[in-house]
Design a protein. Structure first.
Length: 866
C-alpha cells in the first residue's frame, strides 16, 4: 500500500488548477453569483496563523459555491501602505517599496502553497500608483460634493519623532516609539464627512441580518446616537471676573438628561472651549492649567482614565428656572471639545464623573430622581451616582413625573423661553485622514499662498510618491524632499507647495472590494461589473476590524454612491468574524517565555526545555503573540504535513467565530484522518464497479446494509450542505467523519454493496473537496475519473432517501425545557412518556418526586407536571 505523498500531490494539483485557470472569474457572467472575500493582508513579511485561518474559511466557502454552480469571485490583494514599511526603512535602510514588494512576493507564494481557489489575475496592490490614482480622484470628487473638507484640529504630537500619533500610539501619555511626553497640537487636517451619514449608517445596520449581532452593536455604539437637548446658560461675573464680550449671550451645553436640571451644581467647559481660551489670555494660572490638560492626549480613553480636575473661572451661570441659583463655571479636564458643545452642566447626584468632581471641589449633591416607591427625603447619595429610572423630586414643576416625561417638560419650557431645544448628537466624529507619513497615498492638493488649497487637476493625476527619499531624520520625508513639493499653483501659476501629508491607510481598504470587480478598468470601477458582483456576499475577517474598517467601508460605499461611482449603499451582505488562534504558553525556571518549538512534552503534563532538559511550566492557552512567544509558524506546519492537513485542522476544532486552540495533537489528528481516507479508497478501489455503472436493481428496494449506507450518504449530503450554508464548519467535519466511518463499517462484496460503496466514496470525496482539495482531487483519480474534481458539481441529496423516520421531541418539566428525545415518527404516547421520564435532565428536575400528570403531544412535545 502506498503512503499518501502530500508534497508531490499538492504541488501537482496546484499546478493543474493553475494551468487550467480553474479559478478564473467568469467575465460577462449571467446567472447567480457569489462574491467571497477575506480581508486582504498587510504584507508584513510572512503569513501567520490568523491568515491561515481566515483564508481557509473563505476558501471552503468559495469552493463550495463554485461547486454549487455559482459564478464565483474570490480575489486577493495587498493592503500595502503603512507604518511598518517606514520603520523597516529606518531600521534596515531598505526602501519601503522594496521591502513591501519583497514581502508580497514571499507571502503570495506562501498563500499559494495553501491551495486557495483565488483568481490571482485580479490581484490589487494598494501602493501601486495604478491603484491609488483612483482614490486621489475619489477624494477630489468628495471635495466637490462637500464630503471632504479641511479644518484645524487637535492632534497628538510626538515632539521627538516630529509626527502625529494615532490615539492607539499614545501609551500612558507617551509616544509609543520615542517615549516622549505627547503634546496636543492644532494642525490643519483633511477630514471626510462621515457624520453626514450618521443616521444612514445606523439605520443601515438593520438591513444586515447576516452580520454577527455583536458587530452591529459595536457599530451602533461607535456611532453613538444620543437624544438630548441643547440649552443656553447666561453668564455673570463676580467682583474680579468679567464676562468676555463675545459671551454676553451665554454658553450652550449639551445634555442627555435635561430632567436633572434642578440638580445642577456647576457648569464645566472643555480646556479648548473658546471661552476658556479667551479667559486664559489674561490669566496665566488658567493658561498653565489648560496646557496641563493638553498634555493628556486627545483620546477619550486617556481622558476617561485621568483624575477629574477643574479650575474655577470666576464666572457663574444662571440657572434657567431657579432665579437665585448661580452655578460656578469651571474649566475641566474631562470635557471633550469635540462632543456636543464642549460644555456641560454637572449634576453630581446622577452622573458619576460629576459626583467625583463635586466631592473633590465640595459642591452640593442634590438628588432629583429617586427610585419608584422611595421617599425622596430618605434618599441620599454616597459614593455612587444614581443613574437608574425613577420619579423626579426637589424639582418644582417636575416633581412626581417620571424621567422621560420630565425630559419632555423641561425641553418644552426651555423652548418657550428661547433657551433650548431638542438635539441629537453622535459620538461618531468626522474621519481625519491626514497622516504625516511617506508610505501612503499622496493627498492631491497644492497649497497656494494666494488661492489657498487647490485640487490637483485631474489630468495631472496620479500624484506619485517620489522614490528618492531619506529616512535619516525624524519627521515626514516628503516634507523635507528638496524638489517634490515645489509646484506651481494650478489656479494662478505662482509658486505653490504640494500637500505633504498622505492618506490614512484605511482609505485604501475602504474601496478595494469594489475594485476587484474589474481590477484593470481605466476608471476606478467598471459599473456593469460592480453592479453584477456587489455587494460582497460573504466577507470574512477579524473582529478587530468590527468598527473602523467596516464602518469606513460602509461610509465609502455611500459616498461613492452619492458621487455616482456605485449603485449600492451596503458593501458587505454577509459577514463572518473569525475568532483568535490561541496556543499554550511556556516558561522556563527563570520565568522567561519559551517558543513551543523549544519545548518537549515528557508526560501528560510534564514539559522540558529541549536544550538542557530543565523543567518548563505550562501556562494557559492565549492568543498567539510574539511577546509571550506562543506562536507557531504555519509555513513549517504546511511544509511538514501539507496544506490539506492544516486546512482540515483549522476548520475541525471550533466554530469559526470562536477562538481556536492550536495544538500538535489537533494537527496530528487531521493528518491521521487524511491517511485513513487514503487507505479507505485504496483498499476498496480494485473491487468497485466502473464509474457511472448503473445501479443494481436490488438496491432500489433493498433494506439491507448497502441500502442503509445509501441513506447515510444522502443524509450526509443534506447535513454537510446545511453546515456549510450556516458556516458550521466544525460540524461539517464531524459529519464527514461519520460518513467515512459508515463506509469503513460496510462489509460485504456483492454487487449491490460494491455499487453503494462507490457512490459513498465518490460523495465523500466531493463533500470533502472544499476543505481538503488536493487529496480529494487525487482520490477522484483513484476512483477512476479523468476530469478534475474542481469542475464536478456539488452532490444533490435524494429526497426519498433522506426522509426522516424519526422526530425530535422536546421534553419539559413544569413547562421548562429539560431535554430532547429522538423517537420514531408516530411513536405511541406510552413510549414517549416512558422515554421522557428516563431522561437524565428530567430526573434531575423531578428531584425524586412523582409525576402528577404527563401531557404528550405526539411528535412534538412531552410535558411532565410534578
Ligand atoms: C447633564 C447630565 C446629568 C448628564 C446627568 C448626564 C447625567 P452621552 O450619553 O455619551 O451622549 N457631556 C456632554 N457633552 C460632553 C463633553 N463635550 N464632554 C464630556 N461630557 C459631555 O453623554 C451625554 C452626557 O455627557 C451629557 O448629559 C453631559 O452630561 C455629558 F445626571 O448633562 B449630561
Ligand atoms: Zn494660486
Amino acid at each position: 500500500m502506498s503512503r499518501y505523498d502530500f508534497k508531490a500531490n499538492e504541488h501537482k494539483w496546484q499546478t493543474a488548477w493553475n494551468d487550467s485557470a480553474a479559478f478564473a472569474t467568469p467575465t460577462d457572467p449571467q446567472g447567480p453569483k457569489a462574491y467571497v472575500l477575506e480581508m486582504f493582508p498587510y504584507p508584513s513579511g510572512r503569513i501567520h496563523v490568523g491568515h491561515v485561518r481566515v483564508y481557509t474559511l473563505g476558501d471552503v466557502i468559495a469552493r463550495y459555491k463554485r461547486a454549487r454552480g455559482y459564478n464565483v469571485l474570490h480575489p486577493m490583494g495587498w493592503d500595502a501602505f503603512g507604518l511598518p514599511a517606514e520603520n523597516a526603512a529606518i531600521e534596515n535602510h531598505v526602501h519601503p517599496a522594496k521591502w513591501t514588494y519583497q514581502n508580497i512576493s514571499h507571502m503570495r507564494r506562501q498563500l499559494q502553497s495553501m491551495g486557495l481557489s483565488i483568481d490571482w489575475a485580479r490581484e490589487v496592490t494598494t501602493c501601486d500608483p495604478d491603484y491609488y490614482r483612483h482614490e486621489q480622484k475619489m477624494f477630489l470628487d468628495f471635495l466637490k460634493a462637500g464630503l471632504a473638507y479641511r479644518r484645524e484640529s487637535w492632534v497628538n504630537w510626538d515632539p521627538v519623532d516630529h509626527t502625529v500619533l494615532a490615539n492607539e500610539q499614545v501609551i500612558d501619555g507617551k509616544g509609543w516609539r520615542s517615549g516622549a511626553e505627547v503634546e496636543k497640537r492644532k494642525l490643519n487636517q483633511w477630514f471626510l464627512r462621515i457624520t453626514a451619514f450618521g443616521d444612514e449608517l445606523l439605520n443601515g445596520l438593520a438591513s444586515l441580518p447576516h452580520w454577527p449581532e455583536r458587530v452591529r452593536i459595536m457599530q451602533e455604539n461607535w456611532i453613538g446616537r444620543s437624544e438630548g437637548a441643547r440649552l443656553r446658560f447666561l453668564l455673570s461675573g463676580d467682583t474680579s471676573s468679567k464676562v468676555p464680550e463675545a459671551f454676553a449671550a451665554g454658553i450652550e451645553v449639551f445634555t442627555t438628561r435635561p430632567d436633572t436640571l434642578f440638580g445642577a451644581a456647576f457648569v464645566a467647559i472643555a480646556p479648548n472651549h473658546p471661552l476658556a481660551e479667551t479667559l486664559a489670555a489674561n490669566d496665566p494660572v488658567l493658561k498653565a492649567f489648560i496646557n496641563q490638560c493638553n498634555a493628556l492626549g486627545t483620546s477619550e480613553e486617556a481622558i476617561e482614565k485621568a483624575e477629574k480636575k477643574g479650575l474655577k473661572t470666576g464666572l457663574f451661570a444662571d440657572h434657567p428656572f431657579i432665579p437665585s441659583a448661580r452655578l460656578p463655571v469651571y474649566v475641566a479636564n474631562f470635557i471633550l471639545m469635540d462632543y456636543g458643545t464642549g460644555a456641560i452642566f454637572g449634576c453630581p447626584a446622577h452622573d458619576q464623573r460629576d459626583l467625583d468632581f463635586a466631592r473633590k471641589y465640595d459642591l452640593p449633591v442634590r438628588p432629583v430622581v429617586v427610585p419608584e416607591g422611595t421617599d425622596p427625603t430618605q434618599f441620599t447619595i454616597e459614593d455612587e451616582a444614581y443613574t437608574g429610572p425613577g420619579r423626579l423630586a426637589n424639582s418644582e414643576f417636575l416633581d412626581g413625573r417620571d424621567v422621560n416625561d420630565a425630559k419632555r417638560e423641561v425641553i418644552s419650557r426651555l423652548e418657550q423661553a428661547g433657551q433650548g431645544k431638542t438635539e441629537i448628537t453622535y459620538r461618531l466624529r468626522d474621519w481625519g485622514v491626514s497622516r504625516q507619513r511617506y508610505w501612503g497615498c499622496p493627498i492631491p492638493i497644492i497649497h497656494c499662498p494666494d488661492c489657498g488649497p487647490q485640487p490637483v487637476p485631474e489630468a495631472d493625476l496620479p500624484v506619485r510618491l517620489p522614490d528618492d527619499v531619506s529616512f535619516d531624520a525624524p519627521g515626514n520625508p516628503l516634507a523635507r524632499h528638496p524638489t517634490w513639493k515645489h509646484v506651481p499653483c494650478p489656479n494662478c501659476g505662482k509658486n505653490g507647495e504640494r500637500e505633504t501629508d498622505t492618506f490614512d491607510t484605511f482609505f485604501e481598504s475602504s474601496w478595494y472590494f469594489a475594485r476587484y470587480c474589474a481590477p484593470d478598468a481605466e476608471d476606478a470601477f467598471n459599473r456593469a461589473a460592480a453592479d453584477y458582483w456587489l455587494p460582497v456576499d460573504q466577507y470574512v475577517g477579524g473582529i478587530e476590524h468590527a468598527v473602523l474598517h467596516l464602518l469606513y467601508s460602509r461610509f465609502f460605499t455611500r459616498a461613492l454612491q452619492a458621487c455616482g461611482y456605485l449603485g449600492i449603499s451596503e458593501p458587505f451582505d454577509g459577514l463572518l468574524t473569525q475568532g483568535m488562534v490561541c496556543h499554550e504558553t511556556y516558561r522556563d525556571g527563570d520565568g522567561k517565555w519559551l517558543y513551543p518549538e523549544d519545548v518537549r512534552r515528557e508526560g501528560a503534563d510534564r514539559f522540558v526545555k529541549i536544550s538542557d532538559g530543565s523543567a518548563v511550566s505550562l501556562g494557559r492557552s492565549e492568543k498567539m503573540s510574539k511577546s509571550k512567544k506562543n506562536v507557531v509558524d504555519p509555513q513549517t506546519i504546511i511544509d511538514a504535513y501539507g496544506a490539506d492537513t492544516v486546512r482540515l485542522f483549522i476548520v475541525s476544532d471550533s466554530p469559526p467565530e470562536r477562538d481556536l486552540d492550536w495544538t500538535d495533537s489537533g494537527i496530528d489528528g487531521a493528518w491521521r484522518y487524511l491517511g485513513r481516507l487514503w487507505r479507505l479508497i485504496e483498499d476498496s478501489q480494485a473491487t468497485l464497479p466502473a464509474p457511472g455503472a448503473p445501479m443494481p436493481a436490488e438496491l432500489g428496494s433493498d433494506t439491507g446494509a448497502a441500502f442503509e449506507l445509501r441513506r447515510t450518504v444522502n443524509k450526509a449530503i443534506r447535513d454537510i450542505t446545511d453546515d456549510i450554508e450556516r458556516l458550521h464548519f466544525n460540524r461539517m467535519v464531524a459529519h464527514l467523519r461519520e460518513l467515512s466511518n459508515a463506509i469503513a463499517d460496510l462489509k460485504g462484496d456483492d454487487p449491490a454493496t460494491r455499487w453503494a460503496r462507490r457512490e459513498a466514496l465518490e460523495t465523500l470525496v466531493r463533500l470533502a473537496a472544499p476543505t481538503i482539495p488536493h487529496i480529494c482531487e487525487e482520490m477522484w483519480v483513484l476512483l477512476g475519473h479523468d476530469d478534475m474534481l474542481v469542475g464536478v458539481p456539488w452532490p444533490e441529496a435524494d429526497a426519498r432517501l433522506v426522509a426522516d423516520d424519526t422526530v425530535t421531541i422536546a421534553v419539559q418539566v413544569n413547562g421548562k425545557l429539560r431535554g430532547k428525545l429522538e423517537l420514531p415518527l408516530d411513536a405511541s404516547r406510552e413510549a414517549a412518556e416512558a422515554a421522557a421520564l428516563d431522561l437524565d435532565g428530567v430526573k434531575t428536575a423531578m428531584d425524586g418526586k412523582v409525576a402528577r400528570k404527563v401531557i404528550v403531544v405526539p411528535n412534538r412535545i412531552v410535558n411532565v407536571v410534578v
